[in-house]
Design a protein around this ligand. Structure first.
Ligand SMILES: [Zn+2]
Length: 394
């Protein structure tokens, strides 16, 4: 059990992340380490730019004491959120502050052989933009990628895809690891969004958002679930794949090969198909028509929102979350939120309806990239990973 031993540098780092600046005496007391061992561990963490000196005042009066603190600014993270038609890239620090963000149009349907090299080029451009803006380059701690489809439990490769068949089994992690030389974590985009919203709620002191259902409605439909503060991925990584729940009395063919899926009748893709006769060519055209109050577009959105509200009712009653948050280009539209509200509150149990909140996501376009940054920090600074990282690079 060397890894979880109280002499590991990961223990020192964990204490500093959770308990804020601590003096050396406090660290010795909490870990039971010998003084020479602590000095050694502190030196390793400092070399890896994970801790810094700080001052603390204990009690009233007296001079500040020298302490050590977690340093969230000495390393950077790269995060990439792949959508169906665009990609968002960000450089973040370990406090999850987004230091630089870049959005580009990208046809993700073109498959990994085209898209992953394009992502690498865009990521290098982001790093150059950040440097040109005067941001000091820091070593990367890790890279996170959000994907709009099922991710394998290894969080490195993809499962069989329902929307983008060319990505079946793609090894996203391997391809980008070769490019950037750091560990790559892959997460479903709606899961990343849910984690980002959870982190944002915690940062605002909203501890009541411990259980959250976040539904992304964009080209497709997906959901992410936080239960008691933990992202729930399910037994096969398929939790939240509500786009392929089959609806009674619907028969439209879906991209997955089945008929009558929720995604076939209520997603951005379905809205675009319905509004094509009115000149909509892209999802942004649909959003524009709704914003302009076009009656046909509003009617289509009301129908889609109502179907999603009804489809969510059982899941919401089952999980009894603090809130249901709607995100994505379509999901965040006020007309869409209003359309979901009626059937959802009508069909959930009366007990759940009394305290349930339904709202738009708080972070707008930044939910998924913030969530990815948080997931990478948690994975890379987990005790086992810290141990391995410090061992392998001295
Ligand atoms: Zn389907």
């Amino acid at each position: 059990m060397e890894r979880s031993s109280l002499t590991s540098p990961a223990v020192v780092l964990g204490l500093l992340r959770q308990a804020g600046p601590l003096t050396r005496a406090e660290l010795l007391e909490r870990t039971g380490m010998a003084r020479s061992t602590l000095v050694e561990k502190v030196e390793v963490l400092r070399r890896h730019r994970l801790i810094r000196d700080a001052e603390v005042r204990r009690g009233t009066g007296g001079r500040p004491a020298t302490a050590l603190a977690f340093d969230g600014t000495g390393r950077h993270l790269l995060v990439v959120d792949l959508g169906a038609t665009h990609v968002t890239l960000a450089l973040a620090d370990l406090h999850l502050r987004l230091l630089a963000v870049r959005r580009e149009r990208l046809d993700t349907f073109a498959g990994p052989d085209v898209v992953l090299p394009a992502v690498a080029v865009a990521a290098r451009a982001l790093l150059e933009d950040a440097a040109a803006a005067g941001l000091r380059r820091r070593p990367l701690l890790g890279l996170g990628v959000g994907f709009p489809g099922p991710v394998a439990p290894d969080r490195a490769t993809l499962e069989e895809q329902t929307m983008m068949r060319d990505w079946d089994g793609a090894d996203i992690s391997g391809a980008l690891r070769r490019e950037f030389g750091v560990d790559v974590l892959v997460e479903n985009d709606a899961n990343a969004m849910a984690f980002g919203e959870h982190v944002a709620a915690l940062a605002h002191g909203a501890s009541r958002y411990e259980s959250l259902l976040v539904v992304k409605v964009s080209t497709g439909i997906g959901a992410g679930l936080i239960v008691d503060g933990t992202l729930h991925r399910g037994a096969s990584g398929g939790a939240g794949e509500i786009g392929h729940v089959r609806l009674d009395g619907e028969d439209r063919p879906c991209t997955c090969g089945a008929r009558g899926c929720l995604g076939a009748v209520a997603s951005g893709r379905a809205l675009l198909a319905a509004l094509r006769v009115r000149g909509a060519r892209r999802l942004s055209d649909v959003v524009g028509q709704i914003g302009a109050g076009d009656p046909a577009a509003l009617g289509a959105v009301r129908t889609a929102g109502a179907k999603i509200g009804a489809a969510l009712a059982n899941a919401v009653t089952m999980v009894d979350p603090d809130a249901v948050l709607l995100g994505g280009e379509v999901g965040r539209l006020p007309a869409f939120v209003a359309a979901v509200r009626g059937p959802l509150f009508e069909l959930v149990s009366a007990r759940t309806a009394r305290r349930l909140r339904l709202d738009r996501t708080m972070l707008a376009d930044d939910s998924a990239i913030t969530g990815l940054a948080g997931l990478v920090v948690d994975a890379r600074l987990a005790p086992d990973s810290v141990h391995a990282m410090l061992d392998s690079t001295g």
